[in-house]
Design a binder for this molecule. Sequence first.
Ligand SMILES: [Zn+2]
Length: 312
Amino acid sequence: MDAFAKVQPYLVERPRPLIGAETVQLIVMREILDYTVLRTEETRELNVVHTPLSAKNSSEPVRRVAFLATKQKAAESRELEHLLRTARRAVGLPEQECYLKDNLCMRCPRCGLFGGTSVVPGQEERANIKHRIEYSTAFSLMPFEDIATRLTFNAINDRNLTTGQALGDRHAVLPATLFPSVVTLKSVTQRELILTIKTLLACKSYGAESRIGGDVRNSIWGMVAGWEEVITSLELTLELFDEMENLSPAKVLEIIAQKYVPLAGNPDKVVVLTLEEVDALVTACASTELDRPFIEEAYKDIEKYRSEQLAR
Ligand SMILES: [Zn+2]
């Protein structure tokens, strides 16, 4: 059977400037594989937020480390950029310059999916591309106290350290820390779904200071499609904390089907893929060859999108 059959109704034939409700959510387990600093450049502190302990125990607040949406998006957008550049070279297509932050080409699959702002004077308004991949902040499955550690990274940080400061810039999360996460695709094509899954599987480097770790492995634990977003990263984290003894992709699918589908605005339009269907789809995406026809069609899609958008 076609691995894409079940999500097909939630994909589009080609990307268009006016998007519809077709939504595919990828449930991604992000596992930290090395000491990783997850902080903002400005404050030089580990990003920590207060959340309820779990879905069942919502009155007890705990501190969790936040893996900001912007950090996930930046790393994955770059990964896709690198992938496209290498794939074009490999199939003998001319190089197309597109890089963050001020030289987006606005005509490649990365710009088509992640969106972009035109730098052509006078064209800013109508020439922007709206993103169709959505990220939300992911929260550590375990509370801050269980997964954060203090490390000395270099002499400069030593000099800057202020005594009495509770959260210095030398806090890092420990290897094996889990961040349940949801990546949402809106009105994307099958080719864009393939590129997204390849990117998620390939992307390993995150964090504020990648020279000191920041290694992450993403696994696709589940997939749910519908006419809306069915579950958020925070909900997923709080639910999974209650299932710590029984953490598995099967559990995730069960929670979504039993608790979150009934909460949807259009429950009859929601499908939760089975474990076998998720595995088959992920395998199909990973094993899709980025050959010349695939790459050419993916670029042509965005060309058409742009000519349609700029003609309006
Ligand atoms: Zn581009």
